[in-house]
Design a binder for this molecule. Sequence first.
Ligand code: ADP
Ligand code: MG
Length: 441
Amino acid sequence: MLADDVLQMLREEIPQIEYERFIKNLSFDEESSSADMAVFVAPNLFIANWVKTKYTKKLSQLFELRTGIPTSVQITTKTRKKLQTTKQMEIPQTPSTASTKINPTYTFENFVVGSSNQFAYTASLSVAEKPGRVYNPLFIYGGVGLGKTHLLHAIGNLNLKKDKIVIYVTIEQFMNDFTYHLRVGTIEKFREKYRHCDILLIDDIQFLSGKERTQEEFFHTFNELHTSSKQIVLTSDKHPKKIAGLEERLKSRFEWGLIADIQPPELETKIAIIKKKCELNKIQLDNEIINYIATNMDSNIREIEGVINKLNAYSTLVNQKITLDLAKNVLSEQKKEQQKHIQLRDIVNVVANELNVKPSEIKSKSRNRQIVGARRIVIYLARTLTPNSMPALAQYFGMKDHTSVSHAMKKIKEQIEKDADFKLLLEEMKNKIKHLNSEKM
Ligand code: ADP
Ligand code: MG
């Protein structure tokens, strides 16, 4: 349907969070719409106003692009006939029933294996084939967008086929579920659910950090499942040892089974992944373009997918083949868009956190070796990820002038050349900073 297509096009262009939070809640009011007017209904005034100020112009452009007819877009909060359905949408789901769906396309078959993810892949496959009998728990860790969630779902998919009871949740959902049941006095229900499944898949366990009550509850969930040989699989952005604010007894349990890491994909694997995604989405890309994307984008596969989808949307829109020039444009636009949102403060915070120094130390004049190193990394990332000039950065960091900045840049570039691990570390930090920003929006 036209309206669906337009929303889909918009989806490719805006941060996922915004789409999920706002656009997804719109429903198209077919009866009130006409050839040159599209009416959408929002579940509440807040969403309506938000979409109005931010996206009506964009939406009307997309309609016009699609149909060739200048179209005005209206966002309302009520429709006479469809009141029933909108009402239903407004009723919040209680967390008790909100168990996240497993994405059927995240399978082992659709996962491209290379040396960067081979270990995690093989471990996941063994666990999926013999749940509770090989490694328990399986703990997968690695940077943003490298396939952790995909592997969790793949384990889930394989076992749903075998009629096992599979629960997939992010640790945040687990936590919400827990507090909800505590509040309404139905904690037994919660325990019944989480302690009586065959496979418990928990995503992004690092967010358990500092949540003492949930840790306590999760500790017991873990024990109960483990004792009865039910499989537990966890993912995290870092090794359990490095998760701050996590009880020792949990850390040690996370190491009972197998810990598998995922590294950023090498060029070859990146290319293979892009080819796979094109095949799955029936998108035609020349090898030249695939190589261009693979060499010019960071390792975050989610971001790469975003670019492929955008390319596809444009080419459908103008009904033309995707050219290298188009790919170059989309990539540079994406970069500019990201640059607009990244703040120096975020870069300082991420680097400080990763290297265990204080943000204030990075901005200080300290000559301590570790701090100087961290400061250089911040400067390098700031130059790469933001449009700030060298003099502007010198000013921000209280440096004499831009030569100090260019010196720092040079030092980091030299280190990247000779130290592959250092290069990886930078890559991970970059991903974290970008991720932070996609979440904020
Ligand atoms: P993470 O959970 O590590 O942040 P995801 O599992 O969400 O990353 O992966 C991001 C996207 O990249 C997903 O759409 C996933 O299908 C895709 N992806 C990542 N690694 C691979 C791979 N090796 N093969 C195919 N797709 C991949
Ligand atoms: Mg994930």
